[in-house]
Design a protein around this ligand. Structure first.
Ligand code: DGJ
Length: 747
């Protein structure tokens, strides 16, 4: 090769080498979920659809830089700089979007951490010290400017959904005692804007899961529970949309949920420069956590995500996240069995013969799990006595639970049992023996709720007792499922057995022991599944869902009310965990009469259960029910683990409600449609499906109700999504369920 040719060859080879190196670097950068740029001091989290970034500013404080749709790998975010604001009244600490702000200096926005030292100092200013990246996890270490008061921020990223979990560990390495007055898991910052609106869930007993929408304007919106548990009134979930359209299938939505089952608070704040900040953690109301030198406190996890696919996609991401990351059986939870529950049939009047008879009837329609509810123990004939005495009632079950359990097994079902382990009736042997075991302030009244008091689970002896009782129950009986109930909120939350400065730890210590008991029981009895119930949906959150397999969304089983209850529930939680029973008509809640078909279709939108008094059913009812239970088993994978599309909302007195569940593999879609009342001969609105493969062919079949005459028997996904289907629904409280099976084409 002559020198000129060699030079040419060398230049080409060098270019090729450089390209390889750059591509390799880009590939590595692309593949890494979490990166830190030392030159700009910027942390960047990238998943397929989402980017989240924060930096260390010139004051060494962490400042959010970006949270939204995925940015290109080459988009180098500029370093963080404090906002100048107005130096008199709006200082940089308050107008710069801090990731985690200590209350100190001149901070006026919601602090993440507020504390006081024994010497009276209450100033806390946190600065970046160091960090550690470990796969999808990032820890950032902060320290106060003067004291070794340390905070470690944990970030954990789920690449599949783009959902990030954030929590904080507070460590007192100083030489004096510190008391934490308020501590959040995280603050989530959104860019400045005046067109944000907030969605959140409110309710009460028998009226849970009502979706609320309000514009975010200057000031704070506080969502909270001060009741010791999650509560029916507010749920620790939020969604924020930009633009105010709230479309189901497009638009920027930021959403989040706090994994905590005790008193909690989420504050949605619009600051003076229209920046939106969402801060969530333990509720600071009546809270105080002393930290002696060397002690620490960790917060629950506050999860949040972003999508440009509208609120419908936000819900689907949360559903996926719950199934694959949160539930005890993640990443592939077992499909929920069809269960029967005795509560609405018998109330407290359970006995061996009666339960065996109900079990026979339940088995005849294909039920897979038979659950005996309240009334089987102690002197529990109504809600005045017996709670706390977890001994089988000898009059009702002379030979213990074994004969009933054997019978249930012989019928081909597994057996479940109701318990309410955290409570006690004053009229019980347990309370007579241990009146000091309940939450109380010495010498003050003990307010009862449903004639019961709350055991102080924060106490080690109470925690040990509850664990032993349940462990014995599960060790001596072949029980596959516990319905874990919790039927009142706290009052007089005193813990007189510990020093006064330790007593307010009860809010956290109680819940931690609850989680500990659940975890230990699951470890010792790995096959046992658990439902979280609190007078209906009073304890549903991502914390309890880490320890339980399903939840009871509401005591309200009216199938019409359930449409809006289930609709609200679905914004935050997966249909897989949403138990829904078919009960009697007229329903006890509203005295409303509905057909068995309507009741089944309403319940089949979630995890199906039967709670009716089967002794009152006709042979036709049994035949109808048997068909629906069989149908449900064939579609439940789509309903429970599929993708949910809310096509028509039942909210705001809408006469129509439609949902569609699409199987994960796209092979099936199930449409549920409800008509509350026909009016003026209007036809049912045409239903356009979503989430199908446009190129695949789908053939419909009816479980109940029909499309109008002349509807194509089979068509492309594009046809069903763009043209849609007309349903022949008329009358009052009518319902239809149509299954679309993929019969070919597509991918
Ligand atoms: C409240 C629950 O929500 C009901 O389903 C039932 O289990 C009762 N408690 C039993 O007391």
């Amino acid at each position: 090769m002559n020198p000129a040719a060699f030079a040419l060859w060398w230049r080409a080879a060098a270019r090729w080498l450089l390209a390889c190196v750059l591509m390799g670097a880009a590939f590595i950068a692309q593949a890494q979920t979490i990166r830190y740029d030392a030159a700009t001091r910027v942390f960047r989290i990238d998943t397929d659809a989402v980017s989240y970034a924060f930096g260390v500013n010139e004051n060494d404080q962490l400042q959010t830089l970006y949270w939204g749709a995925r940015l290109a790998a080459g988009d180098a975010l500029p370093a963080a700089h404090t906002n100048e604001g107005n130096v008199s009244f709006d200082p940089p600490e308050s107008t710069s979007l801090q990731e985690y702000a200590g209350w100190g200096g001149s901070l006026y926005v919601e602090p993440d951490l507020k504390l006081r030292y024994a010497n009276g100092n209450r100033d806390l200013v946190l600065r970046y010290v160091s960090h550690r990246i470990d796969g999808n996890r990032l820890d950032v270490h902060l320290r106060d400017i003067r004291q070794p008061l340390d905070v470690t921020l944990h970030y954990v990223v789920d690449p599949a959904t783009g959902i990030i979990g954030r929590s904080a560990l507070i460590e007192n390495h100083t030489k004096q005692a510190v008391t934490i007055d308020s501590v959040a898991a995280a603050s989530w910052n959104l860019p400045a804007g005046e067109d944000y609106s907030l969605r959140y869930l409110t309710g009460r007993w028998a009226g849970e899961w009502q979706l609320q929408t309000r514009a975010i304007t200057p000031g704070n919106t506080v969502l909270e529970s001060r009741r010791g548990s999650t509560g029916h009134e507010n749920n620790p979930w939020f969604a924020i949309e930009r633009g105010g359209e709230w479309a189901e299938n497009h638009g920027d939505v930021w959403f989040g949920a706090l994994a905590w089952s005790g008193s909690w608070r989420i504050t949605v704040e619009q600051g003076v420069l229209h920046q939106v900040r969402v801060t969530g953690g333990f509720n600071p109301f009546d809270f105080a956590w002393p930290l002696a030198p060397g002690e620490s406190l960790s917060t629950p996890v506050f999860y949040a995500g972003y999508t440009s696919g509208g609120i419908g996609e936000a819900s689907r991401l949360l559903h996926r996240f719950e199934l694959t990351q949160v539930l005890p059986q993640q990443p592939k939870p077992r499909l929920r069995p069809v269960l029967y529950n005795s509560w609405e049939a018998t109330n407290f009047a359970v006995d061996q013969a009666g339960q065996e008879h109900l079990a026979e009837l339940a088995a005849s329609i294909g039920v897979e799990r038979f659950v005996m509810d309240d009334g089987w123990f102690g002197a529990r004939n109504d809600d005045h006595a017996g709670l706390g005495d977890w001994v089988v009632n000898p009059k009702k079950f002379p030979h213990g639970l074994k004969p009933l359990i054997d019978k249930v097994h012989a019928l081909g079902m597994d057996f479940g049992l109701w318990v309410e382990p955290e409570m006690v009736n004053p009229d019980s042997d347990l309370y007579r023996a241990h009146p000091d075991w309940v939450l109380n302030f010495t010498g003050r009244p003990r307010s009862e709720g449903r004639n019961q008091l709350v055991l102080n689970l924060a106490r080690q002896d109470v925690r040990d007792y509850v664990l032993k009782v349940l462990d014995d129950l599960l060790s001596h009986n072949d029980i596959a499922f516990l319905k874990w109930d919790y039927n009142r909120n706290w009052s007089e939350p005193g813990w007189p057995q510990v020093a006064p400065d330790q007593q307010r730890k009860v809010y956290v210590a109680y819940v931690r022991n609850l989680y500990g008991i659940l975890a230990e029981l699951r470890k010792r009895h790995p096959h046992v599944e658990i439902e979280s119930c609190s007078g209906g949906g009073g304890r549903v959150d991502l914390g309890i869902l880490g320890h339980t397999d399903e939840v009871w969304p509401s005591d309200n089983t009216d199938p019409f009310d359930r449409l809006s209850i289930q609709d609200g529930f679905s914004y935050a939680y997966s249909p897989a965990v949403m138990m829904a029973w078919v009960t009697d008509s007229p329903n006890w809640v509203n005295n409303r009469r509905t057909s068995l078909d309507y009741r089944f279709l309403s319940s089949m939108q979630g995890s199906l259960g039967i709670g009716a008094n089967l002794l009152h059913w006709t042979p036709t009812d049994f035949a109808t029910a048997k068909n629906y239970v069989a149908d449900y088993k064939a579609i439940r994978a789509s309903v429970q683990h599929g993708r949910l599309y809310r096509l028509l909302s039942p909210r705001d007195n809408s006469p129509h409600a439609v949902t569609e569940s699409v199987a994960q593999d796209g092979a099936q879609a199930v449409l549920f449609a409800f008509l509350q009342a026909s009016q003026m001969k209007y036809p049912y609105p045409r239903v356009r499906l979503q989430g199908l493969d446009p190129d695949a062919r789908y053939r419909w079949r009816s479980l109940h109700g029909e499309p109008v005459a002349g509807t194509l028997a089979e068509a492309s996904g594009a046809y069903w999504m763009h043209h849609g289907i007309d349903l022949a629904l008329t009358g009052d409280h009518q319902a239809a369920a149509i299954v679309f099976d993929r019969v070919g084409g597509g991918q």
